[in-house]
Ligand binder design. Structure first.
Ligand SMILES: CC(C)(COP(=O)(O)OP(=O)(O)OC[C@H]1O[C@@H](n2cnc3c(N)ncnc32)[C@H](O)[C@@H]1OP(=O)(O)O)[C@@H](O)C(=O)NCCC(=O)NCCS
Length: 221
């Protein structure tokens, strides 16, 4: 029990205590204190039970509140198994290009991961071309939690990274134009992206029947 209490969270129990005494204490501290008071008979069974019940209720509320919580961060080598699974899952579905584990390790710095309940639930990387433009690649979110904001969070994280690097344009080739439109990208044509053509398209089996659409995000200024 490490969560800290806020006054508004403490369900009022009919005890003659000053609530300020509990400020900056964790729920664990509160329980320990009540336990000691109970042991020394300064707190009767009834009040001790009420405190235990209140603590359980607070914990259940916090747990419920955090259920949907997720965040995006820089990928680490310790994410590599989950990252590899995510990339290979979407590659098998034909949505992304397959990538070897060694390639993921070498490029770990370019990856961001979305984490929920200590598990990687999404990923993508920002590939910077010699020209200074960048591409979002290997974007994928767990098939179990689609359409819950993780994809947007990952893209926004990478765009903010690109902005800090003063990259002027970020592009993507996708079969999911609706998503990229929702996250602020605008349609372009692949021929406007010579870097991509040189790097991937020239060697692609689908070169002459490409079913992907190019989208770009331009930074102002
Ligand atoms: C594309 C993908 C990453 C989107 O992730 P997500 O977490 O499901 O998307 P989000 O919940 O963040 O969606 C953001 C917005 O896009 C919309 N959106 C997402 N997928 C959409 C779709 N297929 N069609 C229409 N709108 C879509 C959402 O409704 C949301 O709109 P809102 O902000 O107005 O509510 C995910 O569907 C995925 O993993 N797809 C398979 C791999 C893939 O296609 N990768 C992209 C290769 S370039």
């Amino acid at each position: 029990m490490s969560q800290h209490l806020e006054n508004s969270q403490i369900p009022f129990i009919n005890l003659s205590v000053d609530i300020d005494n509990f400020k900056d204490h964790s729920l664990g501290d509160l329980y320990d204190r009540a336990y000691k008071l109970h042991e020394s008979k300064e707190l009767n069974d009834h009040d001790f039970n009420k405190i235990q019940l209140a603590i359980s209720e607070i914990l259940a509320t916090i747990e419920e509140k955090n259920k949907d919580h997720f965040y995006v961060r820089q990928a680490r080598l310790t994410d590599i198994d989950e990252l590899e699974n995510m990339v290979s899952y979407w590659a098998q579905q034909g949505e992304n290009l397959p990538r070897a584990r060694a390639d993921l390790i070498r490029n770990i710095l370019s990856f961001a991961v979305c984490v929920k309940n200590n598990a990687v639930v999404g990923c993508a990387c920002l590939f910077v071309y010699d020209s200074g433009l960048a591409e979002i690649r290997s974007l994928g979110v767990s098939p179990l939690i689609q359409r819950q904001g993780q994809g947007r969070a990952i893209v926004e994280y990478l765009l903010s990274r690109a902005c800090k690097m003063k990259i002027k344009k970020v592009f993507v080739l996708t079969r999911n134009p609706a998503f990229f439109e929702r996250v602020g990208f605008t349609k372009t044509v692949i021929t406007a992206l010579p870097e991509k053509i040189l790097k991937d398209c020239d060697n692609c089996k689908k070169k002459d029947r490409c079913d992907e659409v190019a989208y770009e995000y331009n930074f102002k200024g």
